[in-house]
Write a protein that binds this ligand. Structure first.
Ligand SMILES: Nc1ncnc2c1ncn2[C@@H]1O[C@H](COP(=O)(O)OP(=O)(O)O)[C@@H](O)[C@H]1O
Ligand SMILES: [Mg+2]
Length: 258
């Protein structure tokens, strides 16, 4: 074990080498071109609030959002920052996942409001999942199109997606059982992940972690059961390939059994 002070020193050195401190507007200048002005303002606001100290490297560049590594809380805590793009996001698809969710019945129907609502929705879904006993990144804060959450991984190295993690047959079986148990807990808490697959499950060592819950829906959503079935099928298909004896009907029964 490296002593805490040493570790902090080490982290500090790394920041000096490669990070962009975002304590004042000048530092943010270097991020122009990466983010639009309103996203820069939001980053600046969160930095001023003391929630982000430094922004690190890109973890992922996805269709709707980019995920960055960052440091928060006086550089003592590693964070993952998910920034939803306003300009290129597929807001028509987003809209269809917001219908039927009583929590978002009053949002305005323009692009920006939808993306903001989506970001807030991911925060609330993660919170709900966390309270239901499902391991997810703990959400810390959200503002506009930015979500701050627990970084899954260590020393800037993100945990890997389930799809690329080598697993022994026993580990695969454990991971499968935990995954179905988490789907059951979500269902009990009135939620369906709705995009569950080996891409949105991280393995933190041997621990299963569900991520990416912006599209998760409550059971009020007209397609909730269809999404649930699809989640269970995806997971069963993946683990079957890994040699686990799976029965997706039995798994679904387990989820619905309460
Ligand atoms: N909290 C986190 N800690 C570490 N890595 C993360 C975290 N959240 C996301 N990632 C990484 O970023 C990728 C994209 O994040 P995700 O939430 O799935 O967004 P997308 O909508 O782009 O799929 C994930 O597959 C994972 O590799
Ligand atoms: Mg994803």
């Amino acid at each position: 074990m490296v002593k805490v002070e040493n570790r902090l020193k080490m982290i500090d050195r790394k920041i000096d080498q490669s990070r962009i401190r975002i304590k004042d507007a000048d530092d943010l200048k270097s991020l122009e071109g990466v983010f639009d002005t309103s996203t820069l303002k939001t980053l600046y606001f969160l930095a001023n609030k003391g929630e982000i100290d430094a922004l690190g490297g890109v973890i992922s560049t996805g269709k709707e959002a980019n995920v960055f590594h960052a440091l928060g809380c006086g550089s003592e805590r590693e964070l993952a920052i998910k920034i939803y793009r306003i300009s290129t996001s597929n807001f028509k698809a987003m809209q269809s996942y917001l219908i039927g969710d009583p929590r978002f019945k009053d949002i305005r129907h323009e692009k920006r409001s939808i993306v903001f609502a989506w970001t807030k929705k991911e925060m609330r879904n993660l919170k709900k999942a966390h309270s239901a006993g499902v391991r997810v990144p703990k959400p810390f804060d959200t503002r506009n199109n930015i979500l701050l959450m627990e970084f899954i991984g260590e020393d800037e190295l993100p945990a890997q997606q389930l799809r690329v993690v080598p697993l022994t047959p026993e580990e695969a079986k454990d991971a499968y059982e935990t995954t179905i148990e988490y789907v059951r807990r979500l269902y009990q808490a009135n939620l369906v992940h709705a995009d569950l697959s080996e891409f949105n499950i991280l393995m933190d060592g041997r621990e299963v972690v569900f991520i990416d819950m912006g599209q998760s829906v409550t059971l009020d959503h007209p397609n909730a059961m269809e999404f649930l079935q699809r989640d269970v099928d995806n997971v069963a298909r993946f683990f079957k390939k890994k040699g686990v004896k799976v029965d997706s009907d039995a798994a679904l029964d387990m989820v619905l059994s309460g």
